[in-house]
Structure formats: structure tokens, C-alpha cells
Write a protein that binds this ligand. Structure first.
Ligand code: 8YV
Length: 298
């Protein structure tokens, strides 16, 4: 049985089928031919260097920003991820965050649980109809978010590397997108190429009536700049499923009532996580059978 390295714990529904057909180890050793890691897990280059027999890294997630691709390509190490199966769930969470921030649902729930309803009504919130959602990164997940928010009567704008044949307005720069957006939604990949794209200037462009939503990677947002913008009223609110140093969420961010914070659960449903696990298993099976990979990224 091929030896597979799983450096961090995986859910049982992935660990069990892996263990059925592979010799799974938790510590790097020379026999390792494959590695399975969650999306966003930073694979150290030194770990790859310490695995002379490594043939494939199978990422349990769509984002493979934690995998040092150049080092893998230089060694001919294949990389797979789990696209498509999680698109709907992640887009649903983006919409949930848009609704939670616009209608102040987190605050409203705390209002009732805190026994404040009998003392006074909850303040009015903001409608979505006619507002603009600006999507940074119109890939599979960005498009799924756009389709959903159109149904809420929102206008859709986007920024990415190039215009696409879609019925949404393309903004040639991120700053222009932020200026036209009521909700700026981060749906681009993480990694060095997108690090801190959302900085103090972009947040200033989004402005005091704007909301930042991030379901992608915490690294795309300068979290300190975001905290300052929230504290000063530079932006109205933020809906965040991802953070720069997960699972750490800065105390100052937690102290902002207008920030909605979720524990990176975009793809966290039974159905989707099992479909992701199946893709990991199927990619490894294809690799060890000498068949084409199902969802290769390189
Ligand atoms: C998961 C993710 O949190 O797909 C991704 O890139 O970040 C999420 O779906 C993670 O991969 C589960 O291990």
C-alpha cells in the first residue's frame, strides 16, 4: 500500500477511506508518496524537500494557496484540489453574510438573547434591493454568488484579471470596484499574488456606507486596516468567514458589533465535505492506477 502523509488531523469520513487503501503516517518519512492536507494548510518547502519519494499532494479544499507550487513543479509533484463540489455552499455563506450584515442579524439576535427587546425596538437596517455587490474574483464561486445576489435585486460589478462574457459590469481596477460597491465581496484565491489587496485605500473607497464580505482567504485583507476602518466608521460593517491567522480572531475585531464572524465554515456541510473527501480519495486512486487525475491544478 502506498504511504500517505497526513500532517494534520482529517475528518473520519476522509481518514477512514484513506487508511483502507494506504499506509497513513502523521510524521514525514522516506516512504511517503502522497500527502493530504486541508485547503489553505501551509505546506513547508522543507517538508517537501524531506520527502524524496513524494509524487502527489491532494488538497482537501479548493484553495491550494498553502502549497508551494514552484517547488512541486520543479520536482514533478502533482497537486490536486476539490473544486466545484463546494461552490454552492460557499456562495450560500457569502449570501448569508450579506444578509447578516445588511439586516444586522447577529446584533439583532444578541438583542433578543440579551433581554433587550422589552426595553426598546431594534434599530432599522438596510435593504439589498438596488444596491451593488462588487465581486473581487469572478471565478466559479464568484459567479455563484453573483447569480444568487441578482435574485435579491442587486446590481453586480466585478474585478479580476480580465473582463469575462458575463452580464455584469467589469471594473478595470479594484479601487473602482470598491467605489461602486455597497458590498465588496472577496472571492479570489489567496497566496502571495493577492496578499492584502484589500488595504486601507480600498476600504476608504468602499466608504462609510460600504460592507466588506470575505469568504476566500484572510490573507487577501489587511486585517489591521479593516479593524481601523470598522472602529472609525470608515466602513459600515464586515462579514467574515476567514481571517489572517485562523483560528485566531483579533480581540479588537470581536469588539466591533458590526462585524459578523464565522469559523471558516463555507464548505462545512455533511454533503459537501463528503464530496470533497471523495474527490481526494478518487484523485489518489487515479494517480496510483496511472490514470489521469480528476481535478489536477498542475
Ligand atoms: C475548507 C477551504 O475549510 O476549500 C477551501 O479552500 O478553505 C475550505 O473549503 C477546507 O479546505 C477544509 O479542509
Amino acid at each position: 500500500m502506498p504511504t500517505v502523509l497526513t500532517p494534520v488531523p482529517l475528518p473520519d469520513f476522509l481518514a477512514a477511506p484513506l487508511a483502507a487503501n494506504h499506509d497513513c503516517v502523521k510524521i514525514p518519512e522516506a516512504a511517503v508518496r502522497a500527502m493530504v492536507v486541508p485547503g489553505g494548510y501551509a505546506v513547508p518547502e522543507a517538508m517537501i524537500a524531506a520527502l524524496p519519494g513524494l509524487e502527489i499532494i491532494s488538497v482537501f479544499g479548493v484553495g491550494y494557496d498553502g502549497v508551494p507550487l514552484p517547488a512541486c513543479q520543479a520536482r514533478g509533484i502533482r497537486v490536486t484540489n476539490t473544486p466545484d463540489v463546494l461552490t454552492d455552499d460557499v456562495a450560500d455563506i457569502a449570501v448569508a453574510l450579506v444578509l447578516m450584515t445588511s439586516r444586522r442579524l447577529g446584533e439583532a439576535e444578541r438583542h433578543v438573547r440579551g433581554g433587550q427587546w422589552p426595553l426598546g425596538t431594534f434599530p432599522l437596517a438596510h435593504a439589498l434591493r438596488g444596491k451593488t455587490a462588487g465581486i473581487l474574483g469572478l471565478g466559479r464561486i464568484g459567479k455563484a454568488i453573483a447569480r444568487r445576489l441578482e435574485a435579491f435585486g442587486m446590481k453586480i460589478a466585478y474585478h479580476g484579471r480580465r473582463p469575462q462574457p458575463v452580464p455584469f459590469s467589469f471594473c478595470p481596477s479594484l479601487r473602482e470596484l470598491a467605489q461602486v460597491s455597497d458590498f465588496l465581496i472577496v472571492a479570489c484565491p489567496g497566496g502571495p499574488g493577492t496578499r492584502h489587496l484589500i488595504d486601507a485605500e480600498v476600504l476608504a473607497d468602499l466608504g462609510s456606507k460600504g460592507t466588506l464580505i470575505n469568504i476566500a482567504r484572510g490573507s487577501v485583507v489587511d486585517e489591521q486596516a479593516l479593524i481601523r476602518a470598522l472602529e472609525s466608521g470608515g466602513i459600515r460593517s464586515a462579514g467574515l468567514d476567514v481571517f489572517e491567522n485562523e483560528p485566531q480572531v483579533p480581540e479588537r475585531l470581536l469588539a466591533c458589533p458590526q462585524a459578523v464572524v464565522l469559523p471558516h465554515l463555507g464548505s462545512a456541510t455533511h454533503e459537501t465535505r463528503r464530496a470533497m473527501a471523495q474527490l481526494v480519495v478518487d484523485n489518489l486512486a487515479a494517480h496510483f492506477a496511472g490514470q489521469p487525475l480528476i481535478t489536477p491544478v498542475s
